[in-house]
Write a protein that binds this ligand. Structure first.
Ligand SMILES: [Zn+2]
Length: 251
């Protein structure tokens, strides 16, 4: 059975209990990290996932609260003797910058560095990233401050499905990507340019007729405010859950 582990649930200003939003999907064949922040190996270890076992990484957009951990993760894998290649998926905007960042770290001079395959995705709806025995992964562009993608996972064994909005204003692309999924994980930073409130997340969940709504990327610690679950329920009648770090969802 595949599972999703929430490794972080906070917006850009993380707190002691809540790391920046990122997650890992563990299947039989593939282990997929979605965004990568801080030094991710500690959260992965705490979640019982060997960081050397990661096969794929999806980078939703090039903001530090989503990709700051990539250089250190790659370096730690290299230092631990990884030889297996890793796949990294993202838009041109994201991967061009990630490659530039790695060049600034002179990674071409790191001896015997394992192969990294960058897969540049078009900014078109329902783009296929890969199709494995565990799940099929697709992406759609969403409405953030910079080019960004939301994701959908369709699980083979259970026939269940999951969508993740990433950072976005409420948009039809997410509603279409998430249409009829069992679980929608939607951001709830608050109503502002490039972001959504919990109430707006509820509207999208309603429009997409999803089975269950998880709110993520919300203000935490001293910045936590309001009852986000009640706000989402103003427009969505299904179950609403506040995603928290290390929450695990089985598919
Ligand atoms: Zn962002």
């Amino acid at each position: 059975m595949a599972k999703l582990i929430i490794l972080g649930s906070s917006n850009a200003i993380s707190s002691k209990e809540s790391e920046n939003t990122h997650m890992v999907l563990v299947g039989e064949e593939r282990i997929v990290m979605v965004d990568c922040v801080n030094n991710p190996i500690h959260r992965l270890n705490q979640a019982g996932v060997d960081f050397l076992g990661l096969t794929d990484m999806v980078l939703t957009h090039f903001h530090p609260d989503h990709v700051s951990g990539v250089p250190l993760l790659l370096m730690d894998m290299w230092l631990r003797g990884r030889t297996e290649p890793i796949n990294i998926y993202g838009l041109h905007h994201t991967l061009d910058r990630m490659e530039t960042l790695m060049h600034l770290y002179s990674w071409e001079n790191w001896p015997d560095f394992f192969p990294v395959a960058f897969h540049r995705l078009p900014e078109s709806e329902k783009t296929l990233l890969f199709d494995s025995d565990d799940f099929k992964v697709t992406s759609s562009p969403v409405h953030h401050l910079i080019p960004a993608i939301g994701l959908r996972f369709d699980f083979k064994n259970s026939q269940k499905s999951l969508a993740y909005s990433c950072d976005t204003e409420p948009c039809e692309e997410v509603a279409r990507l998430a249409e009829g999924v069992d679980v929608l994980i939607h951001e709830a930073t608050g109503a502002s340019q490039g972001h959504s409130s919990a109430q707006q997340a509820g509207q999208i969940a309603s429009r997409a007729e999803v089975g269950k709504l998880y709110l993520i990327h919300y203000p935490t610690g001293e910045y936590a405010n309001g009852n986000l679950i009640d706000e989402a329920h103003q427009h969505y009648q299904g179950e609403v859950v506040l995603a928290t770090d290390f929450m695990t969802l089985d598919f």
